[in-house]
Design a protein around this ligand. Sequence first.
Ligand SMILES: [Mn+2]
Length: 237
Amino acid sequence: MARPVIGLSPQLEAQGAGVLLRHVYLESIEGAGGIPLIFPLVRDAEEAARLVSLCDGVIFTGGPDIAPEIYGEETLPECGMISPERDLTERRLFQAVLETEKPVLGICRGIQTMNVFMGGTLFQDVVTQHPSETVHSMEPPLDRSIHTVTVKHGTPLWNILGVETVGVNSCHHQAVKDVAPGLEVSAVSEDGLVEGVYLPGERFFCGVQWHPELMYRTDENSRKLFRALIDAAQPRE
Ligand SMILES: [Mn+2]
């Protein structure tokens, strides 16, 4: 069987110095049997559609905060660094992905990308807007569980992981607030934050707030998630 190609949205270095991506994303895709391909900054819808057409699946990766104006909110002082170029690139890529049936996985910022570009909103700062005892911005090492999430029975995520409670890492200071129309919740943290979403239907469309790529080497649940993406992305003749 041909190995599926998985496109990844890039992290941008400050002041346009370059694009980069933590290597664990690539290792996780390769480990699960896929071929990773890092996207460039995308100039327009045509470029986005062409790039997506070259891939069998897409991952929206972690990164800085999404500009609150995109979901119609004033920027609070607690909002972090934003990247307008990345917001634009991912808006174009996400629109292109939505026009296909290709499998898509959103990781950390990626679940927020999915939610915002489908019409949802974010907590701009979890600590001030959703205070709790649960640590969502953990200190390194990041390849360990810091809180649990409850996986909703019967959701695609539950079908993939086969468990109702999973320990996850957590490196986010923002989170899904209002879930976008059309999206459904698949996982909730112990303090009630949305940590997983999906689009109902046959297609693999999964967002998670944690970082399975950072736990790929040590955590079977993380490997299951990447394998499920690669399975769904398998080119069909
Ligand atoms: Mn968390």
